[in-house]
Ligand binder design. Structure first.
Ligand code: HEC
Length: 298
């Protein structure tokens, strides 16, 4: 061993530089990230989960759902759109201007009845700013919005790409790396029907033809029907769901918690480092679940 010292320093440099690369620099980038606070409404993003949804996350993890479902949305680029918020009072000049901006209008066509009105989509920033400027000159209120694009976004899997901040409240983070089933980042928005999810977990093929998702019957208790069926028993389209032996099926707490977690997955908020357009707000999915649960136990 003539070069012992050289070997020692060689290893030391390799270790230290990889520590900087893999530990220190991610820590600088993400370590001190905080939820984004919307000062006008006081709401923060990511939205803290309820107790049931937090327990449901563990059920999701235990059942290996992440081996078939991702929770990460990709974006390939973005374009801009122009939205008119208010037509202003100078409608004569505006009606003359609109045909030159969009082929939807002719000099004789009336102004649209509702605002906000989406005038143009899929254009670049400079064109969008030019249009906004000419609209502002005739007294209308308009703005250019960023619209993220990409296959995942077109499938409705989220309004924008996912970034580190989206996972701040998750430990461990279950990004997943295989998409045997769809991405679930925005599931709570896409399908806020808690009952549908319970039926789907019990027997995926009863709601999705030829589904290859496994069924999770052990999250449900099966009980012989004596007299009237239990108020908690699973129903779909008003009909009682029964297992192969004709028994009624009652969701266990684990199933209800898992669904609370699924409904808490909502990628519908643009944030600073990942701008996008807020999607129309769906009635709070967790509220639906709570009212259904309390309705069932009455
Ligand atoms: C073997 C792979 C696999 C596993 C494991 C799996 N899924 Fe699925 N999942 C699928 C497939 C395929 C679909 C699409 C067909 C369907 O909707 O049933 C799907 C669909 C879904 C949907 C509907 C998504 C939508 O956009 O409509 C939800 C919700 C869901 N899975 C939740 C779960 C949960 C929760 C678990 C764990 C308890 C789980 N999945 C485990 C394969 C899987």
């Amino acid at each position: 061993m003539n070069n012992g010292l050289l070997l020692f320093f060689g290893i030391l440099v390799a270790m230290v530089s990889s520590w900087f690369g893999f530990v220190h620099s991610p820590q600088l980038q993400f370590g001190k990230q905080l939820p984004e606070l919307d000062e006008s409404t006081g709401a923060s993003f990511p939205v803290p989960r309820s107790g049931a949804a937090n327990r449901g996350r563990d059920i999701y993890r235990q059942n290996g759902c992440a081996s078939c479902h991702t929770q990460q949305v990709r974006q390939s680029g973005f374009s801009f759109s122009v939205v008119i918020e208010d037509f202003g009072t100078n409608t004569v000049q505006l009606s003359q201007l609109l045909p030159s901006l969009s082929s939807q209008f002719t000099p004789s066509s009336p102004l649209p009845e509702e605002t906000p009105f989406r005038l143009k989509e899929g254009i670049d920033l400079r064109t969008a700013e030019g249009i906004v400027k000419s609209l502002t000159e005739v007294g209308a209120v308009a703005m250019a919005l960023i619209s993220p694009s990409g296959a995942d976004i077109e499938r409705g899997w989220g309004i924008r790409r996912t970034v580190g901040r989206d996972y701040l409240l998750d430990s461990p983070v279950m990004l997943g790396n295989q998409r045997i089933g769809p991405d679930l980042s925005n599931l709570g928005n896409r399908n806020p029907d808690a009952n549908w999810h319970l039926v789907h977990l019990f027997q995926p093929r009863s709601v999705v033809q030829d589904s290859v998702m496994p069924h999770y019957g052990y999250l449900f208790e099966k009980r012989e029907i004596t007299g009237a069926a239990s108020a908690d028993a699973l129903r779909f389209n008003g009909e009682l769901v029964v297992d192969d032996e004709g028994r009624q099926v009652i969701p266990r707490t684990a199933a209800l918690d898992l669904v609370a977690y699924l409904l808490s997955l909502r990628l519908d908020e643009p944030i600073f480092e990942a701008p996008g357009e807020k999607s129309a707000t769906v009635e709070s999915a967790e509220e639906t679940l709570v009212s259904e649960q309390s309705g069932a136990t009455e």
